[in-house]
Design a protein around this ligand. Structure first.
Ligand code: AMP
Length: 396
């Protein structure tokens, strides 16, 4: 793999695509800086070699032009503190000012460019826009795993302007190594734990996992569509009616492939979608009218835990319930703790990005699993067997 370890950056200017798409509160304070911290080893390696760094990223989803709330200048102070130097800033990611500032960087200095998505050409993968970006460095580094599944100008297209000088950053290399370990090198028994709101978001992943796993645990909101498809009563729980037939198909496929597909046997129900709702626990498929399932029940926790603890490889994507509400976090927390215990006993555990990463962080267990991915969609697409354009662009 073409990583930055193969390059000495002395007197070079590296154009580095990072994923600084961090959450900000209403006063523009960063509420979780994990993605920024994850890029530091790459930036520091280039600086320590005696190179300079031009950082480019997106932030949020601007509607095609500059928007104050999505300006990367809000993160400049924190970045400067993290790198222990004053980071320079260009108000536009392309154009004369950005080129001047990039040209005048001394070895050891860092320039942050304004949000790439203030130009619609970024997401369109526009070649002319990518060429303008390419003028800002003489080596291209991609360390943005979170956007590696997008063929955007800065993640993919720009690489063609650096045919002999393009590398994966350390974060990207680490993400790919860990994803690969699960995707093709899993020690058995291999258990995937799927949760979250919708079956439709995870169908392709579930189908691809059926060829690889020994056990497939399904919890969270998506389990109620399975329960309904099997003839159960689910009250007002999440339901994707148009996916019921597919659920039955997946159950048949799992059987045919010898995969142990495990669904919840009981559920914690609430009379409204509210942390303060009245609560009860019933068996799967026996939810009264006007009640909704918001977490897995205690018998299910025991059932899931048994399988998790006996696994040697674990992939977890999606919470078991509405973990954001303290009264419905129990199932997700219990699964997180079982994954931690299995890891202590020698299992390799990969936590998918997005909500599973948020859940494991909420319970303070981030450091007790093997790896927490920074990429949600990118990791899912990789696991589905798709080629990530951002990865291909560096390889080719
Ligand atoms: P996803 O992005 O598909 O992984 O879904 C994550 C979201 O699913 C989280 O915000 C959870 O609160 C939500 N979720 C999980 N279980 C349920 C449930 N039983 N009912 C409603 N939402 C749920």
């Amino acid at each position: 793999m073409n990583t930055i370890d193969q390059c000495n950056f002395k007197d070079k200017k590296a154009l580095v695509r990072v994923d600084f798409n961090v959450p900000l509160d209403k006063d523009y304070n960063i509420t979780d800086d994990k993605r920024m911290r994850a890029a530091l080893p790459t930036i520091n390696k280039i600086l320590n070699d005696g190179g300079s760094v031009v950082l480019m990223s997106h932030l949020g989803r601007p509607k095609g032009g500059p928007e104050e709330k999505y300006s990367l200048k809000h993160i400049l102070g924190d970045l400067s503190r993290m790198l222990d130097q004053e980071v320079k800033f260009a108000d536009d990611c392309i154009g004369a000012d950005a080129e001047n500032k990039a040209n005048n960087l001394f070895p050891g200095e860092v320039l942050l460019l304004e949000n790439l998505r203030f130009h619609p050409e970024e997401e369109k993968g526009d070649v002319a826009f990518a060429e303008k970006l390419s003028k800002l460095g003489n080596i291209y580094v991609n360390d943005a795993f979170g956007t590696a599944h997008r063929a955007h100008a800065s993640t993919t297209i720009v690489a063609q302007f650096f045919p002999n000088a393009k590398y994966f950053g350390y974060l990207m290399a680490e993400e790919l190594k860990n994803a690969e370990k699960v995707n093709h090198g899993a020690t058995k028994p291999f258990t995937a734990i799927m949760g979250g709101a919708k079956v439709s978001d995870k169908i392709l992943l579930i189908e691809s996992l059926l060829d690889k796993v020994d056990n497939l645990i399904i919890g969270g909101g998506m389990a109620y569509t399975f329960a309904k498809a099997q003839g159960g009563e689910i009250g007002t729980s999440l339901l994707e009616e148009d996916r019921m037939a597919l659920c039955l198909e997946l159950l048949d496929k799992a059987k045919a492939k010898g995969v142990n597909l495990i669904l919840p046997v009981d559920t914690v129900i609430a009379d409204k979608f509210d942390n303060e709702a009245s609560k009860d626990q019933v068996d799967t498929g026996k939810i009264p009218e006007d009640w909704m399932g918001l977490d897995i029940g205690s018998k299910t926790i025991t059932l899931f835990n048994e399988t998790i603890k006996n696994s040697k490889t674990l992939l977890w994507n999606g919470p078991m319930g509405v973990f954001e509400m303290a009264n419905f976090e129990q199932g997700t927390k219990a699964v997180a703790e079982a994954v931690v215990e299995a890891t202590k006993n020698g299992a390799f555990s990969l936590i998918g990005g997005g909500d599973s990463a948020a859940a494991i962080a909420k319970f303070g267990l981030e450091d007790e699993v093997s790896y927490v991915s920074t990429g949600g969609g990118a990791l899912l697409e990789y696991m589905e067997g798709k080629e990530l354009p951002g990865v291909k662009a560096i390889m080719s």
